[in-house]
Design a binder for this molecule. Structure first.
Ligand code: ACO
Length: 330
């Protein structure tokens, strides 16, 4: 019998050592610990120092996930790095491949902002389900501190840096039980990290653009509204695909953007508070890293156990959103 099922067999995570508490943000912008904590649930976030890199954080998380899965880097067939903040615009996955010594693995980046981990999970799974690859490393990592305007209090208080990783392996029984993904580019303007350049004449008659990426721009209210409406819908859709009811979910692991969003989604789905994983208070919104970071912590704390059913959902820029229902472990 061919192993065309997907099992998620190990997780890992890594965050920079430097933390920045809400109170210290008052040195930068007019805000308060009270405003940030009550509006978002965030108390502190980790920040990558100048000598840290996206690929080093991603590699550290990957080492843990590979060890937890009981394989070696040489066993990997594919590395998918979900990130919006690579060290290099051409991608950072190959640097991670080199740092891991995963000489047999094909490696590429996948960009879907805060939905990156869920989109990456579904993408990675397709290679296993078609029998092409057996061992896939999926990493979600972002260093958004490099891309926020530290003078903009509407955004700079929200984000933090980190990385999380999982190993997906071919298995007889499929543990990726259902998924659903959506995109709506018509709403792209609500959340951007835009390129802006000015036109320069290269040679007479031909102009090119020279510029750079601008800090994150976000319409917080619109993104909030979108998340609270679309995330319960997409989880319902993924549950339908999995032929499961909401009561069968053991853990809800949402993209950690705002505690009020997490609470509202759980409430709409009628999921009890004790099933909801949240580590937003310590890390803020770490974009593509937030789901695997929360997942890995919960696994290491002994909360998530083998065979538990997890509903994970990411949402963010694009706009993109998605959900995956999977059973933990081999
Ligand atoms: N400190 C103090 N006051 C602030 C701050 C701050 N850091 N930021 C904004 N304010 C002020 C505003 O200026 C406004 O003042 P005003 O009423 O005098 O104009 C007031 O607080 C209320 O601002 P709102 O924007 O209405 O606050 P809201 O309750 O909507 O909370 C927030 C803002 C936290 C951003 C919320 O809208 C949110 O979480 N949105 C979703 C963000 C999200 O989920 N992003 C995920 C995707 S990220 C990605 O994909 C990369």
């Amino acid at each position: 019998m061919q192993n065309l099922g997907v099992a998620i067999t190990g997780s890992g995570s890594a965050v920079p050592a430097t933390s920045l508490e809400n109170q210290r943000l008052t040195e930068l912008v007019e805000t308060s610990d009270e405003w940030i904590a009550t509006r978002t649930g965030i108390r502190q976030r980790r920040l990558a120092l100048p000598d840290e890199s996206l690929s080093s954080l991603a590699t550290a998380a990957a080492h843990q996930a590979i060890a937890a899965a009981g394989i070696t880097a040489a066993d990997l067939d594919l590395i998918v790095l979900a990130t919006s903040t690579p060290d290099d615009l051409f991608g950072s996955a190959c640097q991670v491949q080199a740092q891991l010594g995963a000489t047999q693995a094909v490696a590429f980046d996948l960009t879907a902002a805060c939905s990156g981990f869920v989109f990456g999970l579904v993408t990675a799974a397709q290679y296993i389900k078609t029998g092409v690859y057996q061992n896939v490393l999926l990493i979600g990592a972002d260093i958004l501190s490099r891309w926020v305007d530290w003078q903009d209090r509407r955004t700079c208080v929200l984000f933090g840096d980190g990385a999380g990783a999982v190993v997906l392996q071919a298995a007889v029984s499929d543990r990726l039980l259902g998924f659903a993904l959506k995109s709506d580019g018509r709403q792209n303007h609500h959340l951007n990290l835009p390129y802006a350049g000015s036109s320069k004449e290269l040679i007479p008659g031909i102009k090119v653009t020279k510029g750079s990426y601008q800090p994150i721009e976000m319409n917080g209210k619109e993104v909030y509204r979108f998340a609270v409406q679309r995330v319960p819908e997409i989880i319902d859709k993924a549950l339908f695909a999995a032929n499961l009811s909401v009561d069968e979910i053991d853990w809800l692991v949402l993209h950690q953007a705002n505690q009020r969003i997490i609470d509202a989604v759980a409430q709409r789905l009628n999921i009890a508070e004790h099933k909801v994983i949240s580590n937003l208070a310590q890390y803020g919104n770490t974009s593509a890293a937030s789901i695997p970071l929360a997942l890995d912590e919960a696994v290491r704390q002994g909360k998530i156990k083998p065979n538990d059913i997890i509903a994970a959902s990411g949402f963010g820029a694009g706009l993109t959103w998605g959900a995956a229902i999977f059973q933990w472990g081999k």
